[in-house]
Design a protein around this ligand. Sequence first.
Ligand code: MEV
Length: 304
Amino acid sequence: MRASGEAPGKIILLGEHAVVYGQPAIGVPLSRGVRVELSSGSGLRSVTLKKGIELSTRRGATTPQMLIDRALGALGDEVDVHVFFDIAPMSGLGSSAALAVALLRARDNFVGRKTSARARLDEAIAIEDVAHGKSSGVDPAIALAAGPILFSNDGVTKKVRTCAPPQPLHLVVGARGGHGGTGRSVGRVRDLKSQAPALIDQTMSLLGSASRTAAKAIATHDLDLLGRTMDLAHGVLSGLGLVSDAIEDVIRTARARGALGAKMSGAGGDGGAFVALAADRASAEKIRRGIVQLGALAWCETIS
Ligand code: MEV
């Protein structure tokens, strides 16, 4: 018997880190992601990576095996599992959440189970926590979404609202190296909060306010405001020490090549993901070429 499941990677347009403190974040599922194939077998595992991407060899990095074990439990001994990564793992593109959701979809297809959307989100969060430590749940929520969402989690209630643009948005997304672990970056902000609680509370409120402003800008197709909001959030995240020089280079290049706004995306740290907003497809292509020349992985996404 055989079954498969897949799920998209993600970009956080606004609100990373603030979402851990109950503020809203805007997340966008990508055209690239993770696919899982299960077949009746004896517990064999294999991983295929798209050309140009690598599995992290960093000590303590989450392995696909850890997520497979948590998602499949005892079923894992009776099936062979093949995982295809179309996005770079551990780079802020949501590979852990995409793998968790793809595994759950494949498992349900394999055993003929139906799971409600709410239960699947909770299950995916529990699996992804292997990789992230306690997460806000934003990445699994995006991996389960069909389009952009506004997500928040106040610790009691997770809210997922669609945030569909009235006209297509042209983004350039990608990653430059691994970020070094979401738990580490989240821990860095937590440490700062213990030293300066009021300052970090205000900083997180500001980032949440940027998400709300961006959601309105998306709804009215105000690209100028959306881009400025991204730039502002990037500056704040940079000030929190979450942006490496390699990513600052990408952001400067994107802006020099005409991006309306550009920022780091996701956890940040040593390297990681980024997103730039372009006026149209031709401009996105020009930005992408500039970023690729730096040696980063980048591609264009049209979001509708
Ligand atoms: C990681 O993609 C997003 C963070 O806000 C962590 C989380 O929300 O769990 C950095």
